[in-house]
Design a protein around this ligand. Sequence first.
Ligand code: NAI
Length: 245
Amino acid sequence: MNSTKYALVTGASRGIGRAIAIKLASQGYSVIINYASNSEAAQQTLNDIVAAGGQAELLPFDVSSSESVASALDSWRAAHEGEHISVVVNNAGIRKDNLMMWMPEAEWRSVLSTSLDGFFNVTQPLLKDMLVHKWGRIVNVASLSGIKGMPGQANYSAAKGGLIAATKALAQEVAKKRVTVNAVAPGFIKSDMTADLNEAELKKLVPAGRFGEAEEVAELVAFLVSDAAAYITGEVISINGGIYT
Ligand code: NAI
């Protein structure tokens, strides 16, 4: 790459987001590591990128708050005159599993506002620059739950299903300007989010016989971000070890 290309990865202090940040930095992107509260882990991700010869910076904000996102992006722009963010990976997400029968409204709203409102809050302010510069990549981290629907996850399935539908809609709006919008839909991936699951039992449901690694998701995201993937847009790519959806 000739000029610096900036890639923003939300929820990049740990897990899948961290692996994506590290991978994109290794491909020459200057990575903007977003995190909500875990500054130590975010700093560790940054240190690892820099130690490997890459470029990164931290940008804390809460994706579910449009004010928090707007003020962080404004301060980023003020510090980077004439530059813009051309890649965004909407990875931040939370799980608050419960049978709907027992689900308080707060569990419904917080999951929706992180994955779905978060996608809007972060992506909308970045679109104009991508359209003006006629190049952009938007990758949304959805889930198997958003395709299939999972019992105990009405909130999470709705958030990820909505994210998938928004991916398809936005892809058609911006395709002519060489901006692609895709979703990845992981199955079971080893991370803090799945640490409470019974891996020994659940891996029996996976034809590949194991949980996936965050780095495997990062490889897929890196491909979707690359120039080689210019003709792929509006797609949802499952990465789940063969679980049929
Ligand atoms: P994780 O819990 O380790 O990572 C989630 C990240 O999002 C954390 O860094 C967290 O701090 C951040 N985050 C949460 N709320 C935020 C907010 N309001 N603002 C900014 N950052 C926020 O879990 P994991 O597995 O790495 O998850 C990453 C994405 O992958 C999530 O969207 C998740 O739904 C999705 N996913 C994960 C699967 C898995 O099996 N681990 C399967 C399918 C999807």
